[in-house]
Design a protein around this ligand. Structure first.
Ligand code: UT7
Length: 329
C-alpha cells in the first residue's frame, strides 16, 4: 500500500540584480511596449557575475529548510530540476548536497525543460509513496541568462534566473496530501526548444561557438501553439486522477512563459482570474523554477491556507508537460 505523502513547505530565491524592459531597450532593438503586450514581462532577475545555478538552488533550499524546520541530516534524497547546470557533470544536486551537508542524501538532476519541477515533484512523490525514502528535497533552479544570445531580441527579453524549493515527506498523520501527478512527453517536438552545443552531438569547438550553437534556440510561435492544449489536457488528467473538479481547486499555478498563454488557459478552462498565480511580470520565464517561484510568492502574500487544494501545471522543452494536485499543509 502506498505511503501517504504531504507537501511540507516552499521556498525560493531570486538574484538581486534586475533587468527591466527599459534596460533591454538600450541593448537590443526592442521596446517596453512590445515586450509587455506580447509577453506580459516587465522585468526579470539576472544572476551576479560568478553566481551559478547551484548557488541559487542553495539559497532556495535554505529557505524551505528554515521555514519547515527540516535539517540537512533529515533529508533522504535531493532532486534538482535544471537545464542550466553549473557544468556538464557532476549534477547540481551533488553540489547542493555537499553545501547543505545532507550527508545521508542521494542526489540527482532531472532535465525536462520548463516542466522540470513537475518531473522532480513526481519522482519525489513516487520515492516517498513507495516507502523507499521518507523525506525528499525538490529544487528547481535556472541561470538562463548564461545561455542567451544578448543580441537576439527574439529570445533575450523572455527569460530570467531564479530558484524554488519544496520538501515532500511521508505524511505523519497518514492523510494523503498529494492527490495526483501526471506527466507526458512528445520527443518528436524536440526541436521547438533546444540548446545544440556542448553535448555529444555538437561537442564544443571554435566552429560551434562561431555558429552560436551555445545559445538557446526556440521556435516561439510553434511552441506557443502547443502550450495551451498540452497544459489543458495535463490539468484535466491530473484533476481526474485526483478525483476533484476545477471548482474545488483554490489556486492554479501554471508555468509562467507568456501572459497571453496564461490568459488563454484561464479562458479555455474557465479559471477565475483570482485563482491563477501570475508572476511573469516580475520574473519573466524562469523555466523549471517558474512554478515553485510563483507558488512561493503566493504563499508569502498569504493566498494559501492549510487544506487548500493547489493545481500546478507546466510544459516545456522535450516537448514535455505535467500537472499535479496537492493539498497545502
Ligand atoms: O517556457 C518555454 C516555452 N516557451 C514559450 O512558451 C514561448 C512561446 N512563444 C511566445 O511566447 C511567443 O511566440 C514570443 C513571445 C516568443 C514571440 O511573440 P510572437 O507574437 O509570436 O512574435 P513573433 O515571433 O511572431 O514576432 C512578431 C514580430 C516579428 O517582426 P516582423 O517579422 O513581424 O516584422 C519579430 O521580429 O515581432 C518581432 N520581434 C520583436 N520586436 C520587438 C520579436 N521579438 C521582438 C522584440 N522586440 N523583443
Amino acid at each position: 500500500m502506498a505511503v501517504p505523502v504531504r507537501v511540507l513547505g516552499i521556498g525560493a530565491y531570486v538574484p538581486e540584480r534586475t533587468l527591466t524592459n527599459h534596460d533591454l531597450e538600450k541593448m537590443v532593438d526592442t521596446t517596453d511596449e512590445w515586450i509587455v503586450s506580447r509577453t506580459g514581462i516587465k522585468e526579470r532577475h539576472v544572476a551576479a557575475d560568478g553566481e551559478a545555478t547551484s548557488d541559487l538552488a542553495y539559497r532556495a533550499a535554505c529557505q524551505v529548510m528554515e521555514r519547515t524546520g527540516v535539517s540537512a541530516d533529515q533529508i533522504d534524497f535531493i532532486v534538482v530540476a535544471t537545464v542550466t547546470a553549473d557544468m556538464q557533470f557532476p549534477s547540481v544536486a551533488c553540489l547542493l548536497q555537499d553545501r547543505l551537508g545532507a550527508h545521508r542524501a542521494g542526489a540527482v538532476d532531472v532535465a525536462a525543460g520548463c516542466t522540470g519541477f513537475l518531473y522532480a515533484f513526481h519522482l519525489a512523490r513516487s520515492l516517498v509513496a513507495s516507502g523507499v525514502q521518507k523525506r525528499v528535497l525538490v529544487v528547481a533552479a535556472e541561470c538562463l541568462s548564461r545561455m542567451l544570445d544578448w543580441t537576439d531580441r527574439s529570445t533575450c527579453v523572455l527569460l530570467g534566473d531564479g530558484a524554488g524549493a519544496m520538501i515532500l515527506e511521508a505524511a505523519p498523520d497518514g492523510v494523503e496530501g498529494v492527490l495526483s501527478s501526471h506527466l507526458g512527453s512528445d520527443g518528436g517536438l524536440w526541436d521547438l526548444l533546444y540548446f545544440p552545443g556542448g553535448g555529444s552531438r555538437n561537442p564544443t569547438s571554435h566552429q560551434t561557438v562561431d555558429q552560436g550553437l551555445h545559445f538557446f534556440k526556440m521556435n516561439g510561435q510553434a511552441t506557443f501553439k502547443q502550450a495551451c492544449g498540452v497544459m489543458e489536457r495535463a490539468c484535466q488528467q491530473a484533476l481526474e486522477e485526483a478525483g476533484v473538479s476545477l471548482d474545488q481547486i483554490d489556486l492554479v499555478v501554471p508555468h509562467q512563459a507568456n501572459l497571453r498563454i496564461l490568459n488563454q488557459l484561464s479562458e479555455r478552462m474557465g479559471i477565475p482570474a483570482g485563482k491563477m498565480a501570475v508572476t511573469i511580470d516580475r520574473y519573466g520565464n524562469t523555466s523549471a523554477a517558474s512554478v515553485p517561484m510563483a507558488l512561493n510568492d503566493y504563499y508569502q502574500e498569504g493566498h494559501l491556507k492549510p487544506g487548500d487544494l493547489v493545481l500546478i501545471v507546466s510544459f516545456g522543452a522535450g516537448l514535455t508537460w505535467g500537472a499535479a494536485v496537492f493539498r497545502w499543509s
